[in-house]
Design a binder for this molecule. Structure first.
Ligand SMILES: [Zn+2]
Length: 340
């Protein structure tokens, strides 16, 4: 942890999910509910959501138990915070998920045949937890990725089979009927620990009930797609060429209506720039890093909800991943040991 209260702890853990939860809880700042979160849902609703999580990956609930015990919290109170249906609305500062905010990612089938991904995670700089976690959990696939505010979550990461998953919030209408579902930040985690390919991940993400409105980039050494998810419906977005970029808006016509007037102009500029391919250089790996530092679109954000808190580049074919914990224009990328 730094003097600013930003928690960039790096974990490299193996063992049971319960023990992993205890270890991360003890190595982390006390869990404080961010000011922009709304009041949690009733316990019965949270327990119904936990039932949906258990149907997909029951060990995650063990980890949440471990996290609660490691920080002397009530498990029931913790799942109420994790399984909240609404993401914001309690306080005005910072605005929930800002109209202009959010992160960006892209996957590229490069001329050398490799599949690469680039990803900038953006949010307001008040988000304190930015932990890089490499895990080898008993009975689940190893992975490495980033945890944000919420226990047991992953905002992006890659597993031992080369499956990469990351998330992007989308502002959209509230669901018609709020049914229990899986919270957004557990979805990359579930996919990384239980799937070996985009195909398997697609099978799982399309059958699970979604609590929130999010896009997910799914990529592996053979290809990539985006899943556009909302509690009311879900669609798959397939690449039209060698590049697929994913931002904070739905592109499938069946999904776009759920956004109504919300435009997300910065995110649309980023996606258009990345899919234009104009940034591609003769050197595959450096050109992905360079485009994540772009300030024209801008891909690299330094403003409000578009502040890049971390950045990742991976070559899924070569099994190589690097992270920069900060904006990549001013923070060097560091090699991270591939999960095994
Ligand atoms: Zn920058």
């Amino acid at each position: 942890m730094t003097d600013s209260g930003i928690d960039t702890t790096v974990f490299d853990l193996a063992g049971t999910h319960y023990d992993i939860g205890v270890a991360i809880a003890r190595g982390s700042l006390p869990f404080v509910v961010p000011s922009w979160w709304p009041a949690p849902p009733p316990l019965a609703y949270a327990q119904a959501c936990a039932g949906e999580i258990a149907a997909l990956h029951p060990a995650l609930l063990d980890e949440i138990h471990g996290h609660a015990d490691g920080q002397h919290l009530s498990y029931n109170e913790l799942i109420r915070l994790i399984c909240r249906q609404r993401l914001g609305g309690r306080a005005a500062v910072p605005p929930v998920v800002p109209e202009q905010g959010g992160c960006i990612s892209f996957a590229w089938r490069a001329p050398n045949g490799h599949i690469l991904v680039g990803r900038n995670y953006d949010f307001y700089s008040v988000q304190r937890i930015r932990q890089r976690i490499r895990l080898r959990p008993d009975g689940s696939r190893p992975s490495v990725g980033m945890r944000g505010s919420v226990p047991a979550g992953r905002y992006d990461g890659v597993n031992d089979a080369g499956l990469f998953v990351c998330l992007h919030v989308v502002l959209a209408d509230e669901p018609k009927s709020p049914r229990p579902g899986v919270p957004f930040h557990l979805i990359p985690r579930i996919l990384l620990e239980t799937c070996r390919s985009v195909k398997q991940a697609l099978d799982l993400i399309t059958i699970m009930p979604h609590l929130h409105s999010f896009n997910y980039l799914l990529a592996d050494p053979n290809g990539f797609v985006a899943a556009e998810c909302h509690a009311d419906r879900l669609r798959i977005l397939y690449p039209q060429g060698d590049i697929l970029a994913v931002g904070n808006f739905f592109r499938h016509p069946d999904m776009a209506v759920l956004q109504r007037h919300r435009q997300q102009p910065v995110s649309r500029r980023r996606v258009a720039y990345l899919e234009s391919g104009t940034w591609q250089g003769s050197q595959v790996w450096p050109s992905v890093q360079d485009t994540l530092r772009d300030h024209e679109a801008p891909v690299c954000g330094h403003d409000g909800g578009h502040t890049t808190l971390w950045s990742a580049v991976a070559d899924l074919t070569a099994r190589r991943i690097v992270y920069a914990i900060g904006a990549p224009c001013c923070t060097p990328y560091s090699e991270v040991l591939w999960p095994t």
